[in-house]
Design a protein around this ligand. Structure first.
Ligand SMILES: [Cu+2]
Length: 147
């Protein structure tokens, strides 16, 4: 029994340490329309968290979303790729970290639409409650995180 408790403590420690350090991949490619203001704000937010952002401007973000297999109902403004995962919309750096840490068998995660209060969509201290969804290559979706 004791060893199970010890194991649990150790795994919590490992996760905490992994979340605390910056050893994870920080190179991210962001596909966005050059005119998209909230997309640019999200890029600045990531840069503020020490992400190394490569911006790919395109006037056909929908084509990119299609190519990357993002279900239509999960679409947002910008689309990003980091370490083999697709990041759709105004997602927090914490959720990106969690994704890269736990590496679920999904294509990526998405915040559909543009909820108020997400990074790049700030409006005072307001936060529209929303779910971060994960999706796989078959278009199956699941709740990844609730905010
Ligand atoms: Cu946006």
């Amino acid at each position: 029994m004791k060893s199970i408790v010890m194991l649990a403590i150790l795994s919590v420690l490992a996760v905490t340490m992994a979340l605390a350090n910056d050893a994870m991949v920080k190179d991210i490619v962001v596909y966005k329309n050059p005119e998209c203001g909230c997309c640019t704000k999200w890029v600045k937010y990531l840069q503020g968290k020490n992400y190394n952002v490569t911006i790919e401007h395109t006037r056909d973000v929908l084509a990119v979303k299609k190519r990357l297999g993002i279900p239509e109902k999960l679409a947002a403004c910008h689309t990003a790729v980091i370490d083999g995962y697709v990041i759709e919309g105004h997602i927090t750096h914490r959720d990106i970290k969690r994704l890269l840490l736990f590496r679920p068998e999904v294509k990526g995660i998405a915040v559909p639409g543009m909820p108020i209060g997400t990074p790049g969509m700030e409006s005072g201290s307001k936060l529209e409650s929303h779910n971060v969804m994960s999706f796989d290559e078959h278009g199956n979706t699941e709740v990844f995180a609730e905010h």
